[in-house]
Design a protein around this ligand. Structure first.
Ligand code: ADP
Ligand code: MG
Length: 322
């Protein structure tokens, strides 16, 4: 496996023993194979734990329990040299990358820094060629953008420059946390297209995090639908979205207003805002209060993931247990 996450749980505020604990992520498991390269979509409404997951993978958040295993190595116990590889192999692209730019430097500085930090090359002519190639890969033309300052670029251009930067490093995995949520529809399509091309042509895998089910459907090979920090349903994207089994995921998929199945995923399908406050004391299914098919059993314990067919389509719902 390229990346494996085992029983990852993150509880914020747990150290002080206060009652303001938030279970941001609970018993989360994920596997991304080494090959072929794939796009794993993590979809969920705001507050469902997506960024916590991304930050745990990138090492910005320490898990309360569980493991992040890269190439067979638990990153919490990795040696220095292994961490160095990891920091190169796993790159991040965030929602609004404005903050990662120094406003006083031209865009080209981002690329020079990458070349320096990762010791990519020593020859200036080769530098230029690498940068040019990376920019072309994300549909930008070099001389236009390199001499600009960050504030002179659109959000979509900043986003693509982050992709180009990641491309130059040639990572094996890009963690993209809501990369298209701040851009308009046409740019969204072109950034999603860049992801598909980097996957196909460069063998780069993605963890694509989104609150928009339709883009997850468009690019995801696998999908994990999170609800309040737990997986409600996961599996091959075509299987989960075409035949959802969890009442929550069915609700989401059915809420798409267009009746024609051929066009139903064209628009943006945004999750409704999270209604309930979460707490560590909640037992049972987290979707209970919103569920139209709830059973008494659902209050007792969080449902485990049930296999629903012979693929790896799994659903956390007691309705699947019979
Ligand atoms: P998402 O990215 O899906 O919106 P997050 O991972 O950001 O979700 O948040 C999951 C839950 O954890 C939310 O209830 C959020 O309020 C809480 N949370 C996130 N970061 C922190 C933090 N640093 N301290 C306390 N609670 C946090
Ligand atoms: Mg987030």
């Amino acid at each position: 496996m390229l990346l494996e996450i085992r029983d990852a749980t993150k509880i914020y505020g747990s150290s002080g023993g206060s009652k303001d604990e938030v279970v941001a992520l609970q018993d989360f498991n994920l596997k991304i194979p080494k090959s072929p390269a794939s796009i794993t979509a993590i979809a969920g409404e705001s507050g469902s734990g997506k960024t916590t997951l991304a930050n745990a993978i990138l090492g910005f958040v320490k898990l309360t329990s569980g493991q992040v295993i890269y190439d067979g190595q638990d990153i919490a116990h990795a040696a220095r040299a292994q961490m160095k590889d990891y920091r190169r192999d796993v790159q991040a692209v965030f929602q609004d990358p404005f903050g990662v730019y120094n406003p006083f430097y031209r865009v080209q500085h981002v690329f020079y820094q990458v070349i320096r930090n990762f010791g990519l090359n020593h020859n200036r002519a080769e530098w230029q060629q690498m940068i040019e190639e990376a920019l072309n890969a994300v549909g930008l033309r070099g001389q236009d953008v390199l001499r600009k300052y960050p504030h002179q670029l659109s959000g979509g251009q900043r986003q693509r420059i982050m992709m180009a930067r990641a491309y130059m490093i040639e990572p094996r995995l890009i963690v993209a946390d809501e990369p298209v949520s701040m851009v308009d529809a046409s740019l969204r399509a072109s950034i999603l297209d860049v992801m598909l091309r980097l996957k196909e042509e460069k063998g780069i895998s993605f963890l694509y995090i989104t609150h928009d089910l339709s883009t997850a459907y468009q690019v995801g090979d696998q999908i994990y639908v999170l609800y309040q920090g737990s997986v409600a349903e996961k599996g091959a994207t075509f299987s989960v979205i075409d035949r959802p089994r969890h009442p929550y995921v069915q609700l989401l998929v059915d809420s798409v207003p267009v009746p024609d199945p051929d066009v139903k995923w064209e628009g943006e399908v945004v999750f409704p805002p999270e209604e309930e406050m979460r707490s560590s004391v909640a037992s049972g299914c987290r979707f209970y209060s919103r569920c139209s098919q709830r059973l008494d059993q659902c209050l007792q314990q969080q449902p485990p993931l049930y296999q629903v067919d012979d693929s790896d389509h799994q659903v956390a719902c007691y309705l699947m247990s019979t």
